[in-house]
Write a protein that binds this ligand. Structure first.
Ligand code: HEC
Length: 222
């Protein structure tokens, strides 16, 4: 074979390597321009990215809020005891039938209370959580409102206005919030909210107990 042809073939095969090298080089570097997508995957579909605008709606939010009254599949919305803490239009005085008050429920409630409520209300519910301590420190050293607001301390759950509340009302407080306290319906599932308020009742009892509440054979250990 003439040398010229061998050289031409060699150069052509070397040049064939250029496109993949250029492509690899381009792909390895960030580029402010829109990428050239040979494979039309989901990068290129028509969609709204998180937090982007949508002119179709008056408030321009592409992420639509949940429609009021939305009920999750499998949730029995007629069960007002379980969902709202209400029985016959009154605050429920017991846990719903599907969550009998037992040690398992209380221990779950203790664990969830310690996670969600202690930062403000404190371990024993007295209202002396770490956030409260920090806020009081800030307020004590400030001339006026801190970050544009004043501090409302978490209420003691042993306050007489709280201890008289039926468990259903406590459940409602955790679900929807009360005055300056936000609701926890989006963070804590319904069953766990019941566990928490059951534990809250036990906590209240614990702070108002007398020696007569302790079984006789256990009194020596106190
Ligand atoms: C971010 C702080 C914060 C957290 C966390 C918090 N609370 Fe509160 N809570 C408050 C404040 C503040 C108040 C008093 C609100 C007011 O009086 O305006 C309050 C009030 C209450 C009350 C009294 C309601 C009444 O009728 O007066 C109960 C009961 C209660 N919280 C239970 C809970 C439970 C249970 C949790 C955990 C699921 C929880 N809180 C988590 C801040 C908090």
């Amino acid at each position: 074979m003439p040398r010229a042809i061998i050289f031409t073939l060699l150069i052509l095969s070397l040049m064939a390597l250029l496109p993949p090298v250029i492509a690899a080089n381009a792909r390895s570097k960030p580029d402010p321009n829109r990428p050239l997508n040979l494979i039309q995957d989901m990068d290129l579909q028509a969609k709204f990215k998180a937090q982007s605008e949508n002119d179709l709606f008056a408030d321009k939010r592409s992420q639509r809020p949940q429609i009021v009254g939305t009920v999750a599949q499998g949730e029995n919305y007629l069960d007002t005891h379980f969902n709202d803490g209400v029985v016959d239009g009154q605050w429920a005085t017991s846990t719903p039938a599907q969550l009998p008050m037992d040690m398992k429920l209380l221990l779950r409630g203790q664990e969830r209370f310690n996670i969600y409520c202690t930062p403000c209300h404190g371990w024993s519910g007295g209202g002396d959580g770490t956030i409260n301590q920090r806020a009081l420190e800030l307020v004590a050293n400030a001339e006026g409102p801190v970050n544009g607001t004043v501090w409302v301390a978490a209420k003691s759950v042993h306050d007489a206005t709280v201890t008289i509340q039926p468990i259903g009302q406590l459940f409602n407080t955790v679900t929807n919030g009360v005055r300056n306290m936000a609701g926890y319906s989006s963070q804590i599932p319904i069953a766990d909210r019941w566990a928490i308020v059951s534990y809250l009742k036990a906590l209240q009892r614990s702070q108002n107990a007398s020696i007569a509440d302790v079984p006789t054979d256990k009194r020596g250990g106190l």
